[in-house]
Design a binder for this molecule. Structure first.
Ligand SMILES: NC(=O)c1ccc[n+]([C@@H]2O[C@H](COP(=O)([O-])OP(=O)(O)OC[C@H]3O[C@@H](n4cnc5c(N)ncnc54)[C@H](O)[C@@H]3O)[C@@H](O)[C@H]2O)c1
Length: 485
């Protein structure tokens, strides 16, 4: 079993770094409420050192061939896979998510990103554009410089890798700040990248809360900020980045719709609803938390859903039989419990769960509300916990209008056997990441991200390259230059 205590609180310029004068940050294991490690927030001097190291290392890193950069990233991917169990245990201790999940969805997803962008690094090229008279323009795809990555607490290993891999593949360097709730995993990613041969200063990790993040975002040496977090934080970070005209990627919250038509395969639709509401105890940004079910199949859907929820195995997250774990923190559990109370108060019908589980740690039962209406608080606000809202509908046009009537636009899903309808509905969704007859798959090959208040830019896939590089065009004249005088 891995010892969760890190060597030190930060990883700067190729080595662990510590300054005990920073605010202490206890790491609480969500399954027991016990403190399992402690780090210190970065002092301004440490944050400055991290940016200085990234700034110094960037030109040399960008000057290496893409193939060489990619080789290091791919080596790190292999090392992550070899150490998957140890990294998954750490992710479980950091977040409380069941080992059954972390073994397949966290470090391995990070490795996928390093492997994919490592493979692309050598293939990044510009264009040649032929013009009249033999003139031509060529374009160079250039790195942005120092990028700041800021993470949420639900997928600490994955988020660090999803940001670092495309950034580094393009020749940027990065200072990454994990969420203060889960400060451990990104340090391991930094350690592995170093062991894989990454030059010092190319990937740095500084821990701390919002003020450390704000200091990084406001630094003039930073060219780009990529945030995974809530919409309110996104607004602040986007504004601060705009002041310095910095590039941004914003991966923010959602209240995504999932529409289940009367002709859907009900077992598959219920599987999608379970994955989209209860995986990671509901703490996933793209979750389909507004489940619109056609009235013809509503009662069948609800009774089978309740039956299947009854088979969930809630328990010690380190036991691989457990498939439903605690929430990340007491605070997050209380937020979800307040929403459950609001749901009851506003007249929704509780059909499963609704209570804190009778055990230590921050466990909340998988909860389902039926008869939810669009105006209820639980149907409008992101809960970020294991709370599913089931809403009724009868007509496609009506449900599409209701599905899109939200400031969010991260994800959306549809379950139907009618192919034409499936594609029509997917085209009509105001969302960046859509699913037909499935939910929440996020392969590295596919773009991931939101529209409207849910975000700006895309992670993963070739799209991410556009968000971590910029194009310079060079005009070449082959003849004389004509001037008016
Ligand atoms: N779209 C996605 O890919 C995605 C993925 C996971 C989580 N999320 C969203 O994240 C939220 C949950 O995560 P959270 O509670 O950690 O979010 P949060 O917004 O509270 O914090 C996110 C990060 O921002 C930092 N931060 C806070 N204030 C800051 C500031 N002023 N300047 C710079 N950094 C600052 C935090 O320290 C943390 O590291 C949910 O809304 C969820 O939907 C989105």
């Amino acid at each position: 079993m891995i010892d969760p205590k890190p060597t030190a609180s930060h990883f700067i310029d190729g080595a662990y770094a510590e300054d005990d004068s920073g605010t202490p940050i206890p790491v609480i294991y969500a399954a027991t409420g016990e403190e399992i490690a402690r780090v210190h927030a970065a002092t301004p001097a440490l944050a400055d050192r991290a940016i200085a190291a990234a700034k110094r290392a960037q030109p040399e890193w960008a000057a290496m061939s893409g193939t060489e950069r990619g080789r290091i990233l791919r080596r790190a991917a292999d090392m992550i896979r070899e150490r998957n169990r140890e990294l998954s245990e750490l992710e479980t201790l950091d977040t409380g998510k069941p080992l059954q999940e972390t073994l397949v969805a966290d470090a391995t997803s990070g490795a996928d990103a390093l492997e994919y962008f490592g493979g692309l690094a050598g293939a990044l090229t510009g264009e040649h554009i032929q013009l009249p008279g033999g003139d031509f323009v060529y374009t160079r795809r250039e790195a942005l410089g120092v990028c700041v990555g800021i993470g949420a607490w639900n997928y600490p290993t994955q988020i660090a890798c999803w940001k670092a891999a495309p950034a580094l593949a393009c020749g940027n360097t990065m200072v990454f700040k994990p969420s203060e709730t889960t400060p451990l995993c990104a340090l391991k990613v930094a350690e592995i990248l170093k062991e894989a041969g990454l030059p010092d200063g190319v990937f740095n990790v500084v821990n701390g809360a919002g003020e450390v993040g704000a200091a990084l975002v406001g630094d003039d040496r930073v060219a780009k900020v990529s945030l995974t977090g809530s919409v309110p934080t996104g607004r602040k970070v986007y504004q601060a980045a705009a002041a310095g005209m910095k590039h941004v990627t914003m991966e923010l919250g959602g209240k995504s719709p999932m529409i289940v038509f009367e002709d859907a395969d009900i077992e598959n639709a219920i599987s999608g609803a379970i994955l989209g509401n209860f995986y990671s105890s509901g703490q996933i940004c793209s979750n389909g938390t507004r489940v619109f079910v056609h009235t013809d199949i509503k009662e069948a859907f609800l009774s089978r859903l309740a039956e299947r929820i009854g088979t969930a195995v809630m328990g010690d997250p380190l036991d691989e039989a457990t498939n439903f774990g605690p929430m990340v923190s007491e605070g997050q559990m209380n937020i979800a419990m307040n929403y459950i109370a609001k749901g009851v108060e506003e007249g929704a019908r509780l059909v499963a769960g609704g209570k804190r589980a009778d055990r230590g740690g921050w466990y909340l039962e998988p909860t389902v509300f039926a008869d939810v209406t669009d105006d209820m608080t639980i149907a409008r606000e992101e809960i970020f916990g294991p709370v599913m809202c089931v809403l009724d509908f009868t007509d496609e046009d009506e449900v599409m209008a209701r599905a899109n009537a939200t400031e969010y636009g991260l994800a959306a899903g549809v379950f139907t056997r009618d192919l034409a309808r499936a594609h029509r509905v997917a085209a009509g969704f105001e969302a960046g990441t859509c699913y037909i007859n499935t939910y929440n798959d996020a392969p590295v090959e596919a773009p991931f991200g939101g529209v409207k208040a849910s975000g700006v830019g895309r992670e993963n896939s070739k799209e991410a390259i556009n968000h971590y590089s910029e194009v310079k065009s060079v005009y070449v004249r082959m003849g004389d230059v004509e001037a008016p005088f």
